[in-house]
Design a protein around this ligand. Sequence first.
Ligand SMILES: [Cu+2]
Length: 290
Amino acid sequence: MSPRAAEPTSTIAPRRRRRLLGAAAAAALPLVLGGCSLPTFYGYKGSTKQAHDEFLLYSGTTIAALVVGVLVAALIAWSVIRYRKRSDTIPRQFQYHIPLEITYTVVPVVIVLILFGFTVVTENRVDAVKADPATKVTVTAFQWGWRFDYPGNVSVTGLTTEDPDPVGLDGGQCAPAVDCLGPGLVVPAGRTTRITLVTKDVIHGFYVPQFNFSRYAQPGVTNVFDLTVQHSGVYRAQCTQLCGLYHSLMFFHVVALPPAQFQSWLSSQQGAATAASGSSSSTSNTKAAA
Ligand SMILES: [Cu+2]
């Protein structure tokens, strides 16, 4: 009697244990996969207000993808293990399971619609321009460098092969620690800067990784957008469109200053521009060329 009584428990218990282990492994998978990248998923949290919106969209989409991926992987693993071949008998066959087919058609469509909705809302917020930005800068990309034009005839031009810090604001924190080659686009921190992006020749790409933002500078097209850098600092940036021989050197950096410091910088540049125009009838102050 005792061997028979012991038989069921000896076969069922390991199976239950395996199921429990499988469920625990499936539950732990997102944490293991996410691991050290949580909560950014290898992305930037974003140094501008607009970038943070992008980050929320990115992380939300990634979490949704992880949930779906883990669920699908778990179902595949379950069916592979549960229904593995045990004999040569052909198992029961199923087809045309209408409720199931409707479910696995409708659920993905609903997921795509939700992601689409969040994307539209986020992109509208990122592309929105304020009626009253704190400052306006026209950014001109060219082979091979960048020019930044501020109100008051202040113009900062940087060539890729020249001074890596033409505005002289690195304060020792730029090269080589931050490796911010190229000219500096100076903006006030915590305030909105209106960027008008154009190109003088071919297509270039305005890309600041920490802003989660990239936009083409296209011939014949004027792109307008707002950036609201949240904290003072130096942010590396570069051209992301292959634009010719020195494309790989077409870096620039964004320098976000406290508003008062930005204003005093701009005032001093405007004073210098006025003095230069008075003495040489020139209307620009091209520091990198000096
Ligand atoms: Cu370029």
